[in-house]
Design a protein around this ligand. Structure first.
Ligand code: AMP
Length: 221
């Protein structure tokens, strides 16, 4: 495929991680700012230390730190089809990304917006667990393990992401609706928004994304 540049936008719990896996199989390089930050924290880097205080509270890491980290990385990934996941998350970040792409003569092909209600987002996050060994994701409501709390393959106890705890979830959802939701209007005005109902099953959401890619709907201005 020609190189493409997509943003994956949606509330926490809207299924971005699952659809990113689908898009990786289609040849996209998946850049998740949340995953990159968690690796920085694990590695004990300066950026990790600065970010941890915000992440633990469910707040956004300041725009200047995130813009520097993400745009530096994008600069090195010119020949790849990119799927940006978790970035941009504020208007300041969206404008920084536009400025960067304009400067580099690159273009944003589309924004895949996984549209999900607040109630459903909260419910999904509260049920989200993963295997600390193989990283497989489960949801106790929608895709439970065969045996309660145990990974189907590794047979070890599943854990919750520290920011999926109920108090932090409420904050993350609030931040999403205040800071990130305005991006829906922003990209709609730019005719980049591709709205996908995220309440469908993960397979049906993937089918919709697949047909967007096949039909090149995003090419139309
Ligand atoms: P995620 O895995 O995408 O849900 O991100 C986990 C956490 O990392 C978020 O709750 C934020 O604290 C932080 N984070 C990730 N991406 C960004 C971003 N683009 N801007 C600010 N903070 C971010």
């Amino acid at each position: 495929m020609n190189t493409l540049f997509f943003v994956l936008l949606g509330s926490p719990g809207s299924g971005k991680g699952t659809q990113a896996e689908f898009l990786k199989k289609k040849g996209f390089l998946h850049l998740s700012t949340g995953e990159i930050l968690r690796a920085e924290i694990k590695g004990g880097t300066e950026l990790g230390k600065k970010s941890k205080t915000f992440i633990d509270k469910g707040e956004l890491v300041p725009d200047d730190l995130i813009n520097a980290m993400t745009l530096e990385l994008l600069d090195k990934k010119e020949g790849d089809s990119i799927l940006l996941d978790g970035y941009p998350r504020s208007l300041v970040q969206a404008e920084a990304l536009d400025f960067f792409l304009d400067n580099k003569g690159r273009k944003l092909d589309g924004v895949l917006y996984l549209d999900l209600s607040v109630e459903e987002s909260k419910k999904r996050l509260a049920g989200r667990y993963f295997c600390p060994a193989c990283k497989k994701n489960y949801n106790i409501f929608f895709s439970p393990p065969k045996e309660a709390s145990l990974c189907d393959s590794c047979r070890i106890a599943l854990v919750q992401r520290s920011d999926d705890r109920e108090d932090v979830v409420a904050e993350r959802i609030g931040v999403y609706f205040n800071s990130t939701l305005p991006l829906v209007d922003y990209y709609e005005r730019k005719k980049k928004l591709i709205r996908i109902p995220a309440s469908l099953s993960p397979e049906d959401v993937s089918k919709k994304i697949g047909s967007v890619l096949e039909n090149g709907r995003f090419e139309k201005k």
